[in-house]
Design a protein around this ligand. Sequence first.
Ligand code: PMT
Length: 404
Amino acid sequence: MRLQGKEIVLGVTGSIAAYKAVELLRELVKAGASVKVVLTQSAQRFVTPLTFATLSRQEVMTDLFTLDYDAKIRHIAATEGADLLLVAPATANTIGKFARGLADDLLTNLFLASTRPVLLAPAMDADMFRHPAVQENLERLRSWGVRVVGPAEGELASGMWGPGRLAEISEILRAVTEILQPVHDLAGEVVLVTAGPTHEPIDPVRYLTNRSSGKMGYALAQEAADRGAHTILVSGPTALAAPRGIEVIQVQTALQMRAAILDHLPKATIVLKAAAVSDYRLSKPSKSKLKKSDESHFLELVPNPDILREIGPQKGARIVVGFAAETGDLVRHAERKLKEKNLDLIVANDVTWEGAGFSHDTNHVIMIDLYGEIEEVPLSPKRHVARRILDRVVRLQKKRESRG
Ligand code: PMT
């Protein structure tokens, strides 16, 4: 009964995935939570209040306007005593209203009136989910501290394939438990994370870069902070909002990233290098915009310092984790990097695998540690992969302590 005594307000909105909220409710109640359900008008086209009332053994809240003044205040106060406002499934429409501060029904009023943690589990068609409006709304909500779980990739009700499926119920339950019963197994640690690409200038308007979005590194930083670590994130240019409770240092180039890392390294106890650092930079970036001509143009590139290789030999008692982005022969290349860079753990992703590596919300990785132990994390949200990586780091720390 890991949610015993916890009060959750479960908002259900109008998506075909609303039927899965019935199973979610059952699991929350089974885990000991007291759950008040709010159904939007559209949700009631898919599922009935009776189902939720029966399973929650509580009155289901549906409509703001049928209530008298006192009752309305009581309903708006519903989240005050609650530990969490969970909205699953959350449609693009509800996400949009939350992000823009609109309050035209009970659930949107509750969101605005709530001071409690909020967790959203989006569900919609893949094209809707990818639309910049939805992405921007989710980023805006995240920047206010709203947590988001999923969506998962897979076959959708429309027959399309892509991101938009409601996260698995087990994944939503895990996210709920993390919020309500945070594990603080990294308390006292200082975790230095790198994320994103670097930009190597060609001239004032052009640069060399790669496809890294920063999502893997940001997920690691958020996971480390949520587990109690003082977390420092050295980030290349990304479109992501700064995560909660994390010291963020923004950099552009590999040389700037190196300087920021070396600056913060002395206090770090764990280093996680998820950034895709450019291996080369221009020997002489132009100070003015290069003019177009019909001639071929050659750029002279010089190698950037390999930051990880530099840290490896001076790691001391730190746990140092590198990443390897490969396009084949994953384990062999990763093992070589693990040894050459004197790492404790390498997280290898084959960026040609479906849903893995650059830009995706998911990743599929193989972890290899210095003792030769190999562990695969199947395709799953980057936050889940981050959790598994940090679980592994904690185990490595314990192993090192027990060996003296
Ligand atoms: O950001 P996302 O879109 O979420 O994508 C995630 C990711 C694919 C970028 C991530 O999972 C990943 O694989 N990051 C490492 C990418 C990379 O640069 O791999 P590499 O095999 O070239 O480098 C190996 C390691 O050395 C990495 O830890 C890298 O940070 C480090 N390195 C590389 C070059 C360099 N000059 N300095 C470094 O420190």
